[in-house]
Design a protein around this ligand. Structure first.
Ligand SMILES: Nc1ncnc2c1ncn2[C@@H]1O[C@H](COP(=O)(O)OP(=O)(O)OP(=O)(O)O)[C@@H](O)[C@H]1O
Length: 766
């Protein structure tokens, strides 16, 4: 009876809230119409309201200000209209589901409890006086995530407010209809969470706003330290939390920060698509997204061929020869290390006195300024000046030299010839320019010479323009040569800096030089190359970005972190990852980005130990792969035991996988067949393609649709699927200790079912 009464009361409350929302929408639509009409009227009357008078300088100023004022009025009206449209959208979202929770809280010293309804946005009453729905990010809403009924507190404006939470209730409201409600006890609606986690996977990660757990809430709302490091087991919600955190930061700093000042660094384009819908679903604009290789490509891609991380991985994962494998691995991990950064720092000090390389400046096949001349000019400045400062002076000097050379060039024969060959259009352009400059008089004697002179000037200027541009961009610095010189065993650098070079330095040189000769920058060289370039040419920075989040941080090297820190000097950082999912070789034998020591005093670390993605059975099996005693706490959701099947050959394997797919397709929407490499995927695709409807995902894939997917493990990073089939977990396929975490990452993508196959002997990881 009591329940029935509460149900009816809540239904009534929902109806009242919906009425307010309808009222707000109508009001806003009315206002929006007004702003629109105003903008149209302003546009129509724009020139009537501005008196254009250009007679005197004062008149020009007056006209300018009148136009500016009118433009500002128009822009205000358009902005107000945009804001109104945006708010209508927020209310329309609230109309579907105005709130997901209610807490009743009585503050110490007060009598009446406050009923706090919590939703994805704030709703005020019709008079705009009282809050009907609290935004989930409001300080008071924090209690919903942090406490169970009983003593509770929250912090607002630096003050701690204490009291008692009398009730904590959750709602499921869909299409404006109350579907269910339940009072919760110990943790936030285990039932609701269970319900959500048992659902099928999606092409996009979902918002977790209604079921954020207390330990996740701390991360979302943390604002104290410059660096927040989050180490969390597979499936513990790191990505979900990162996205909720962006929404929180946008709310908390809404007057200071916009979505385009937040950057999420992601592993690949597929992942970008996977996470891109959460913020719009929460009514916020999306943050910017970038992969490290995209950044490197923006800076180096035009001049060099860059190796993609997947290419590096494929090469290592398919390397059969153990010695070769170890050599490659050690080279890659040295180039990712802070020891290598130190070597480059010392190299830069060395270059301060000698050894910087320049290019000749060539015009029409002729060296007009030699590299030697530039070198001499550069080193004529004292070495107390920084290299970038000296390069700026060299640049100015070169531009002056070019101006002199350009003048001298005008009388050369080739210019005369080029003038003869000009078409009518160029002539008339030069004629009108001369007229504009007041040098053409229609009747003066030297008009013809003037025109010739003008044309010659134009021709030479046009030919010199690319040179000037290159000088302005410091292209005269021979960056590739400078980087290459470091690996030249015959150069004096190798003697001077020998004490900083590892034992296998010769191997490193032998492997690097042929690449550089082909203008090929291996993935492990990208960050060091950019770092060296910045040290020499001057630091490139982006001061607009205020917060950088690095997801899957375990796969970035300390060197890459340095490059990012220098690139975004104004940014705070949230760094999320799981050491057990390290798959990129450059991180092996190097400090992890999850290690606070890399950041000094300014870092705080938070740990997530509970996994929400997979069933208890899957978590128990995958935890065994780690073999280091580490514990993964499973959320209490059960499912069938994962299967491990040994088959004698590939034909049998295909048959079994097809059987599995057919069987799994009945209950699930997204089934992934995960292979070790793209090469293996291609071979499997050929076999499966005409027997089942399967999507092949590779490094170029930007999105996936629900269905059956075939992909290499590195592309599945960060993503999840209803069921996962591991293609061939044989001892032959996964034999190296360094592939353990790679295999673990693949298996932990499964939410509900995991099926592992092996041709003959199974990998020792299991
Ligand atoms: N509080 C929560 N409420 C509902 N779902 C949650 C919650 N926390 C995590 N999840 C769900 O658990 C799954 C795993 O989350 P997510 O992908 O963010 O984990 P992760 O730590 O980034 O995993 P990995 O490191 O393995 O890629 C997702 O489906 C996510 O929606």
């Amino acid at each position: 009876m009591e329940n029935q009464k509460e149900w009816l009361e809540e239904k009534q409350h929902l109806e009242d809230s919906l009425n307010i929302i309808v009222h707000k929408i109508k009001e806003l639509e009315h206002k929006e119409k007004g702003f629109k009409e105003n903008a149209v009227a302003l546009k129509k009357s724009f020139w009537n309201d501005v008196r254009v008078n250009l007679d005197t300088a004062e008149d020009v100023d007056e006209t300018f200000f009148a136009i500016k004022q009118q433009a500002e009025l128009l822009s205000d009206s358009e902005l107000a209209q945009e804001r109104a449209i945006r708010n209508v959208k927020v209310y329309e979202r609230l109309q579907q589901s105005p709130y997901f929770a209610r807490i009743d809280f009585v503050q110490d010293g007060q009598q009446d409890p406050l009923k706090i309804y919590i939703g994805v946005a704030t709703l005020l009453d019709e008079q705009d006086e009282n809050i009907v729905i609290f935004d989930w990010r409001a300080p008071i809403s924090s209690m919903y995530y942090d406490y169970t009924p009983g003593d509770a507190s929250y912090e607002t404006l630096g003050e701690e407010i204490h009291g008692e939470m009398l009730l904590k209730r959750q709602f499921i409201i869909k299409n404006g209809q109350l579907q269910s409600m339940f009072n919760t006890g110990l943790t936030i609606g285990d039932d609701l969470l269970l319900d959500i986690l048992a659902q099928n996977a999606n092409e996009h990660i979902r918002s977790i706003v209604a079921t954020i757990q207390a330990e996740q809430n701390k991360i979302i709302r943390h604002v104290n330290s410059r660096y927040l490091i989050v180490e969390g087991v597979a499936g513990s919600g790191k990505t979900a939390v990162a996205l909720q955190r962006v929404a929180y930061l946008l709310y908390r700093y809404r007057d200071e920060m916009t979505a385009d000042q937040i950057l999420l660094i992601t592993p690949n384009q597929l992942f970008n698509q996977y996470v891109h819908s959460v913020l719009p679903d929460l009514g916020e604009d999306n943050m910017q997204q970038l992969t490290f290789i995209e950044y490197a490509e923006k800076r180096l891609g035009k001049q060099f061929q860059l190796e993609y991380p997947y290419e590096q991985l494929e090469e290592l994962l398919t390397e059969k020869d153990d010695t070769q494998y170890q050599t490659k691995l050690s080279i890659i991990s040295f180039k990712a290390s802070l020891a290598y950064k130190h070597l480059i720092d010392q190299y830069v000090s060395y270059l301060s006195d000698k050894g910087l390389l320049f290019k000749n400046i060539v015009f029409r096949g002729e060296r007009i300024i030699t590299a030697q001349e530039i070198t001499e000019y550069f080193y004529s400045f004292p070495s107390t000046m920084s290299i970038p400062d000296r390069l700026q002076l060299v640049k100015e000097w070169l531009l002056q030299q070019l101006t002199k050379l350009e003048k001298a060039e005008r009388t050369k024969e080739w210019v005369e010839e080029a003038t003869e060959l000009l078409d009518k259009e160029d002539y008339s352009k030069s004629y009108s320019e001369l007229l504009y400059e007041g040098r053409y008089t229609e009747n003066s004697f030297d008009d013809f010479d003037q025109e010739r002179y003008k044309l010659a000037r134009q021709i030479v200027k046009k030919h010199f323009k690319p040179l000037r541009n290159s000088v302005n961009k410091l292209k005269f610095v021979h960056m590739l040569g400078i980087y290459r010189q470091l690996f030249d065993l015959n150069s004096s650098i190798n003697k001077d800096l020998q004490h900083l070079m590892p034992d296998n330095w010769e191997d490193i040189c032998q492997q690097t030089l042929p690449n550089l000769a082909k203008r090929f920058i291996a993935y492990e060289d990208a960050a060091p190359f950019l770092y060296l370039q910045d040290k020499i040419e001057g630091q490139q920075t982006n001061r607009m970005i205020r917060h950088v989040l690095i997801d899957e941080a375990q796969d970035y090297s300390p060197f890459q972190l340095t490059v990012l820190q220098q690139l975004f000097p104004k940014a705070r950082m949230t760094i999320l990852g799981d050491g057990h999912q390290t798959i990129h070789p450059h991180t092996f034998n190097n400090p992890s980005l999850l290690d606070t020591q890399l950041y000094g005093e300014q870092a705080e670390k938070m740990i997530l130990t509970k996994s929400y993605r997979s069933t208890k059975q899957i978590i128990q099996l995958t935890a065994k792969i780690l073999n280091d005693g580490s514990e993964v706490e499973a959320f209490n959701r059960t499912g069938p035991e994962p299967s491990i099947t040994i088959v004698p050959n590939e034909v049998e394997l295909m048959d079994q996988i097809i059987q599995d797919i057919n069987h799994l397709s009945i209950k699930f929407e997204t089934i992934a067949v995960i292979c070790k490499t793209a090469a293996e995927c291609s071979a499997v695709y050929k076999q499966l393609n005409n027997r089942v409807d399967i999507q092949l995902i590779n490094h170029n894939s930007k999105q996936f649709k629900k269905g059956i997917l075939l992909l290499p493990a590195y592309m599945a990073k960060g993503i999840e699927f209803d069921a996962v089939i591991i293609y061939n977990a044989s001892a032959a396929n996964y034999s190296r200790e360094s592939e353990r975490y790679y295999f673990y990452t693949a298996c932990t993508r499964a939410m509900h079912e995991l099926h592992i196959y092996s041709i003959n002997k199974l990998t020792y990881f299991l």
